[in-house]
Design a protein around this ligand. Structure first.
Ligand SMILES: Nc1ncnc2c1ncn2[C@@H]1O[C@H](COP(=O)(O)OP(=O)(O)O)[C@@H](O)[C@H]1O
Ligand SMILES: [Mg+2]
Length: 351
């Protein structure tokens, strides 16, 4: 990697003692040899099912949770080796957004956003007020300074949470299921706010989620967690198009993505899967294949997803016939910038 990573987690282990008094109860291994690097400016997502260890992992990055072993470097500093005071200072460079907002109920919206600046010190009251104004305008709450958290919707509460996380101008933002308590429409709004803010402020983000949708909307890279381990990681587009681990495949299938294994044949006709990314997905691929190769298709299913705004199209179709040998079709699709693959038993049909 060209850059020094902004976050470097090396071989983290974390075990929680067994709950309750019974000596037979097993301890919970929440992190099992987890290493992760996040480059400056990158939006890195960690996805996994409930209980996979995601919250434990993200809380280790600012040592809200201390790993039993392993090292945590942020901005090149080993946080595990710091005095409490030095750790406090480093934490001010890390913003955090929580699933349940964690707002102070007794403080107004403005008071909540001001709070981390008061803790950090170093700003005059006028400077803090100016920063509060700036941040609340940024998150679309310019008219809400004097409201209390109880008077806000979930989406508004999370906007306050985001403004508060940014108060001390962190370069790194940690998001623990930031949209999981919100309805789908509000989720969209908060995700686009986060995308906008990250781009404008050149933030590095580590986020955790159980929703695939969050990953492909926001993230550059993704790691998949299962039972305290990272089982797969890579660029979002690669993981989406070629998931390797059964857990990843399961998460993608649940989110409605078409995986490589599909219906083999329909009524004895070979089934072709076409995948097109970016520009290739924006041209009339099917029309070009019809005019250039005489390809006649019966569409079975398809899906267009946007990965960070870039279209990724995948569709499956029965091949009814073509003017070129069927075995030459994948190469013809490749010449148009797409990717074609015979599915299941249809592989035999291409010969
Ligand atoms: N403070 C804690 N005490 C005991 N067990 C915990 C604690 N926090 C998390 N766990 C357990 O550790 C595992 C991982 O939890 P968590 O990191 O919250 O997963 P996720 O965020 O992926 O749902 C789970 O089995 C959970 O029950
Ligand atoms: Mg969690």
């Amino acid at each position: 990697m060209a850059h020094v990573p902004l976050i470097a987690l090396e071989r983290l282990h974390k075990t929680y003692p067994a709950a309750g008094a019974q000596p037979t109860a097993a301890a919970v291994v929440a992190l099992n040899d987890v290493s992760l690097r996040v480059a400056p400016g990158e939006i890195f997502g960690v996805i996994g099912r409930s209980g996979a260890g995601k919250s434990t992992l993200i809380r280790c990055v600012n040592l809200l949770e201390r790993p039993d072993s392993g090292t945590v470097h942020v901005h090149g500093v080993d946080l595990t080796a710091l005095t409490p005071q030095a750790l406090q200072q480093q934490r001010q460079r890390i913003g955090m957004v929580f699933q349940h907002f964690n707002l102070l109920q007794s403080r107004t919206v403005a008071g909540n956003v001001r709070y981390p600046m008061e803790l950090a010190g170093g700003r005059s009251p006028a400077e803090m007020d100016a920063r509060v104004h700036e941040l609340l305008a940024l998150v679309g709450l310019a008219d809400f300074h004097q409201r209390y958290p109880a008077q806000l919707s979930g989406g508004q509460k999370q906007r306050v949470g985001i403004a508060r996380a940014l108060a001390n101008e962190p370069q790194l933002l940690l998001c623990d299921e930031a949209t999981s308590a919100l309805d789908p429409e509000t989720t969209e709004q908060i995700l686009s706010l986060l995308a906008d803010i990250c781009q404008r402020m050149h933030l590095t983000v580590l986020l955790i989620t159980h929703e695939m949708h969050v990953i492909h909307t926001l993230c550059d890279r993704v790691a998949v967690m299962e039972r305290g381990r990272i089982v797969e990681q890579g660029a979002v587009i690669d993981v989406f198009l070629q998931p390797q681990h059964p857990t990843t495949r399961g998460l993608l299938a649940n989110a409605g993505f078409l995986l490589d294994e599909g219906e083999a044949t329909q009524g004895g006709q070979p089934v072709l899967q076409l995948t097109a990314v970016g520009e290739a997905a924006q041209q009339p691929l099917l029309d070009l294949l019809r005019t250039q190769c005489g390809l006649r298709l019966n569409l079975l299913e398809g899906r267009i997803t946007r990965i960070k705004g870039q279209p990724v199209a995948r569709l499956r179709a029965e091949v009814l016939g073509a003017d070129i040998p069927l075995a030459d079709l994948p190469a013809a699709v490749a010449r148009l910038g797409g990717h074609a693959q015979w599915l299941g038993a249809a592989q035999g049909a291409q010969a």
